[in-house]
Design a protein around this ligand. Structure first.
Ligand code: TMP
Length: 206
């Protein structure tokens, strides 16, 4: 059986860079690594991603948003994540269930019991370790401005939304201290990577 890792954080926290650095470091040590992103990672999931992130005249209501993220997750877990784990691979997810807890639970204010029931249906598996790259909403806004990219529907939410999402992640980390490591995302890329790699190697050696 393989091992599942995930990365979380508000926009601009550097998840995607850290996923790539970790994947390269582990592949370089001879591990077979599969990286996937959520929402997406499958043909159906990428279509759902567009439905969720493209700005449209009719944005989904919060429950529809929750269920669309869940549908993309059910698809990727069944068709990509579980088969890769069964082949003994390391799977690194750029976002997973903690994102729903933080964004739809805290950001949108949906009842947490609803979030947890949907999580049990759509995911049913837990990462061995999740790195939450923690950034304040102000730092996130500065990084997104510096990038100068057009923002998608979720990124267009106000800083107040990101602040609630961050609170959601910190609450989730409090509930799962053995799984979720809170990492200061304002540190240098290299020092963050070194810390995460050491953690991952420790888990793989155990
Ligand atoms: P990304 O920018 O990391 O690819 O993620 C896409 C956006 O979707 C991001 O703003 C976070 C949001 N999201 C949720 O709101 N709930 C979820 O369950 C997931 C996986 C992502």
């Amino acid at each position: 059986m393989g091992i599942l890792f995930s990365f979380e954080g508000i926009d601009g926290a550097g998840k995607t860079t850290q996923v790539a650095l970790l994947a390269d470091a582990l592949s370089g040590r001879g591990h077979k690594v599969t990286c996937l992103r959520e929402p997406g990672g499958t043909a159906l999931g990428e279509k759902i991603r567009s439905l969720l992130l493209d700005k449209s005249d009719e944005p989904p209501v919060p429950v529809a948003e929750l269920l669309l993220f869940a549908a993309a997750r059910a698809q990727i877990v069944a068709t990509r994540v579980k088969p890769a784990l069964e082949r003994g691979e390391i799977v690194i997810l750029d976002r997973f269930t903690d994102a729903t807890f933080a964004y739809q639970g805290f950001g949108r204010g949906l009842p947490l019991e609803q979030i947890l029931s949907v999580e049990a249906i759509a995911a049913g598996i837990e990462p061995a370790r999740t790195w939450f790259l923690d950034l304040t909403p102000e730092q996130s806004a500065r990084r997104r401005e510096a990038r100068g990219e057009a923002s998608d529907r979720m990124e267009s939410e106000a800083d107040g939304f990101r602040s609630k999402v961050r609170d959601g992640y910190l609450e989730r980390a409090k509930r799962h201290p053995e799984r979720i490591a809170v990492v200061d995302a304002s540190a240098s890329l290299e020092s963050i990577h070194e810390r995460i790699l050491a953690d991952a190697l420790g888990i793989l050696a155990a």
